[in-house]
Design a protein around this ligand. Structure first.
Ligand SMILES: Nc1ncnc2c1ncn2[C@@H]1O[C@H](COP(=O)(O)OP(=O)(O)OP(=O)(O)O)[C@@H](O)[C@H]1O
Ligand SMILES: [Mg+2]
Length: 345
């Protein structure tokens, strides 16, 4: 851990709904999370649990049919003061400055974040120049086109790109998958963000390159004292890089706390199911094998605990009626399950 436990991002009661032709989709149902400087928060959960929607909300990159709950708070604690990202006007200058400035992001598919018609270098230089005020605050250096190019080359070198002086003038499609992923990380990190949001950044890569890229991200994180929100299906990746984790199910966080403790002794039946379904944490591939049963449609969320329809410990009359609230388990852990709540005792 590079820096102390200073809070960087505080998400409070974040809720996101989509209006669709079939009705209202409640994708994120009131979640609260914190990310600390220099630390990584891992978010796991099966497909459709709302991980991407939640992180897109942090960047305010949701599509037009999405609505943030009135009471959602996305507080970014910066040296210049605190800012509520949820309250910023959609097209504000402030938001544009945050994206790619204070907050960097990497996605699963690197092609999606590059334009095919510009060279990698041009896109990096544009990003650096667009965020030059932020970079000046972080590095004490003011960039022009020429020094931005040098900075871009250094970043490409930093992410292990061979021959960066040549690569910088190539187009995204001229790079291999692994190189594109590195380039995307270089772009995201070239503005020295204080928070990096990584949505399954290594899923598309083979295991060896995946491990290299994770090591690289950890190294850069230490160097820059950056906080990371890291989304993955892979519990092994979480175990390796995230000090703290949150487990999402159907738009809610069902369990959170220090990764090591949750893996050693999971509390929520869903977390227990996810971990029991894993082979062993030290084997090569540790993707989530879903717990038996299907995830209910977010168009028809179950009443009570969202997991009760698949839960081996379901208590009829309680779990199917009352939504469990977070119960504090001590040592920074909490769980939303009636087995631990007051209603159970
Ligand atoms: N633009 C949209 N319109 C309507 N519903 C949407 C939209 N985007 C996402 N959703 C719904 O929101 C829910 C959460 O989706 P999200 O992409 O956040 O899941 P996820 O946890 O990231 O899954 P995965 O692991 O597959 O990436 C899903 O039910 C999804 O269908
Ligand atoms: Mg996703």
């Amino acid at each position: 851990m590079a820096a102390g436990d200073a809070l960087l991002l505080e998400i409070r009661d974040l809720g996101v709904s989509f209006t669709t032709d079939d009705g209202m989709v409640r994708a994120v149902d009131g979640i609260s999370l914190v990310a600390r400087r220099g630390c990584t928060l891992g978010i796991v959960g099966e497909s459709g649990s709302g991980k991407s929607v939640a992180t897109k909300a942090v960047m305010r990159l949701l599509p037009a049919n999405a609505r943030l709950d009135e009471g959602s708070r996305i507080l970014l604690h910066r040296e210049e003061g605190e800012i509520d990202i949820a309250a910023l006007p959609a097209r504000s200058r402030e938001l544009r400055r945050l994206r790619g400035g204070d907050i960097g992001m990497i996605f699963q598919e690197p092609m999606a974040s590059f334009s095919p018609v510009y060279t990698v270098g041009n896109q990096m230089i544009e990003a650096i120049l667009e965020h030059r005020d932020h970079l000046e605050r972080r590095l004490g250096e003011r960039f022009d086109r020429r020094s931005a190019r040098e900075h871009a080359i250094r970043m490409l070198e930093r992410v292990g790109m061979s021959n960066p002086r040549l690569r910088i003038d190539q187009y995204p499609h001229e790079l291999s998958g692994g190189m594109r992923q590195r380039a995307m990380i270089a772009v995201a990190l070239s503005t020295h963000p204080s928070l990096l949001i990584a949505d399954e950044p290594t899923t598309a890569l083979d295991v060896t390159i995946q491990a290299q890229i994770l090591d690289l991200m950890l190294e850069l994180q230490q160097e820059l004292g950056m906080a990371m929100l890291f989304i993955t299906h892979d519990m092994g990746v979480i175990a390796r890089i995230a000090e703290e984790m949150a487990v999402m199910y159907l738009g809610r966080i069902v369990e959170r706390g220090p990764t090591r403790e949750i893996i050693r002794e999971p509390a929520h039946p869903y977390t227990r199911g996810l971990l029991a379904a894993l082979p062993r944490l030290d084997t090569a591939r540790r993707r989530l094998t879903p717990v038996p049963g299907d995830i209910p449609s977010p168009l028809q969320r179950p009443a009570g605990c969202p997991f009760h329809t698949r839960c081996p410990r379901h208590m009829p009359g309680l779990c199917d009626r009352i939504l469990p609230q977070d119960t504090d388990l001590g040592s920074g852990r909490s769980v939303a399950c009636h087995l631990f709540g007051e209603a159970a005792s």
